[in-house]
Design a protein. Structure first.
Length: 81
């Protein structure tokens, strides 16, 4: 444990905060949540169009994980330089 505030000891010291989520990952997450909500509404109304929304939710979920992992790998590579 130590003091995490104030000025840093050296300019090469790694930051202790987690890397922020990339903008593309955030957009894909929003699309995933909205498509799940649309699928629920479609199925409640008795429409089979909800299947398309479920497929879109799966695709956007995979995109979210891809962009999050890509951002973490880029952050780790940047810290190792």
């Amino acid at each position: 444990m130590g003091d995490t505030g104030g000025r840093q000891q050296c300019p090469q010291c790694p930051r202790q905060e987690p890397a922020p989520m990339s903008r593309l990952a955030l957009y894909a997450l929003v699309v995933c949540v909205l498509s799940v909500a649309a699928a629920v509404v479609s199925f409640v109304q008795g429409s089979w169009l909800g299947v398309v929304w479920v497929l879109l939710a799966g695709l956007s979920s995979n995109m979210t994980w891809y962009y999050v992992r890509r951002g973490r790998a880029a952050s780790a590579a940047h810290q190792n330089r």
